[in-house]
Design a protein around this ligand. Structure first.
Ligand code: SF4
Length: 316
């Protein structure tokens, strides 16, 4: 029988790159584009406030290009990807803010623009659990019948207390309902984003998060450590001594525990947050060294002989 690392490209967990390779037969790169200018939180709908960790760009990967039309953004980022990685196939990632807040007709146009490129083989849509409508589900499903369409939901936590602290404006139950609703109404690939390193978080909370993932009909998960970015509400808390990010070892341990309890068939995108804008990261400093930190994490897992699904409780 193969051990975990033989199964997963030499890694102790199931990387999303392996899923893409199996699905598309080759490596794919993501082109992140910005299509929504705001989100319910930033608009202050229903008394909501900007999430405490969110920067002025709504997490856009290429904020300098967000004023361009989608086609121009795709051309610009694709050119960069070709030069840097000799990439040939792409997924367009409608990433910034809450893309489904835009009108469904607008989203249709954006999908058409993306799929007009012959080397664009799929679309990935990032959104919130409370921005799902029947019209949107129909649109996703229509395109999922013709192309690869993936939806990534910003769940962030399954603790209502933590969600309130982050000012997310939705509950954990809302996330569960959105996941089930998307799964029932569409054939999209479905992933969620989770944040670790929240105040008061315990190892048991992490195990519980893995169990939630195992019990829900999801295909993949993306993990971020909570980092402090300039000009965010969290930066104010950090300066006032009201919040400190977890240290690297604690974060590694939490990720390891999560992976050990996670169903080995759920693919994992990335394991830490990434700040794209120079000078934007305030803390913790270890998150700035993406590859070094990642290699250290792999070493941490290997030293403990840990791997994804090692403590997975299939019946829970
Ligand atoms: S994280 Fe998303 S939902 Fe929250 S304020 Fe930023 S763009 Fe809006």
């Amino acid at each position: 029988m193969m051990n975990a690392e033989e199964k997963w490209q030499g890694l102790p967990y199931y990387p999303i790159s392996q899923f893409y390779k199996a699905r598309f037969g080759e490596r794919v790169r993501k082109i992140s584009v910005s299509v929504a200018e705001t989100c319910p939180n930033r608009e202050g709908l229903r008394g909501m406030k900007t999430c405490n960790f969110c920067d002025a760009w709504g997490s856009a990967a290429h904020p300098d290009k967000s004023g361009l039309e989608v086609r121009e953004q795709i051309l610009a980022v694709r050119d960069l990807m070709r030069r840097l990685y000799s990439a040939k196939k792409y997924l367009v990632y409608f990433q910034a803010y809450t893309t489904t807040y835009a009108k469904v007709a607008e989203l249709r146009k954006q999908f058409e623009t993306a799929f007009a490129f012959t080397d664009v083989i799929g679309a990935v849509v990032g959104t919130r659990p409370d921005c799902i409508s029947d019209a949107l589900l129909e649109l996703w499903d229509e395109y999922a019948k013709k192309h690869f369409v993936s939806v990534e939901l910003g769940v962030q936590s399954f603790s209502d207390q933590q969600l309130t602290w982050m000012r997310r404006g939705h509950s954990a139950e809302r996330s569960r309902q959105a996941i089930r609703r998307i799964r029932e109404a569409t054939s999209v690939d479905l992933g969620i984003h989770l944040m670790f390193g929240l105040p008061g978080e315990t190892d048991d909370d992490i195990i519980e998060a893995a169990r939630e993932c195992n019990s829900l009909p999801i295909d993949n998960v993306k993990i971020h450590n909570l980092h402090v970015l300039r000009n965010t509400p969290l930066a104010d808390d950090y300066s006032a001594g009201l919040f400190s990010p977890v240290d690297k070892e604690t974060y590694f341990r939490r990720c390891q525990i999560f992976l050990q309890h996670l169903n080995p068939q759920i693919a994992v995108h990335r394991l830490a947050a990434l700040s794209n804008k120079p000078g934007e990261l305030i803390a913790p400093d270890w998150t700035a060294y993406k590859m070094k930190t990642y290699q250290e994490f792999l070493g941490f897992m290997r030293e403990s002989k840990a791997y994804q699904g090692q403590l997975w409780e299939q019946n829970i």
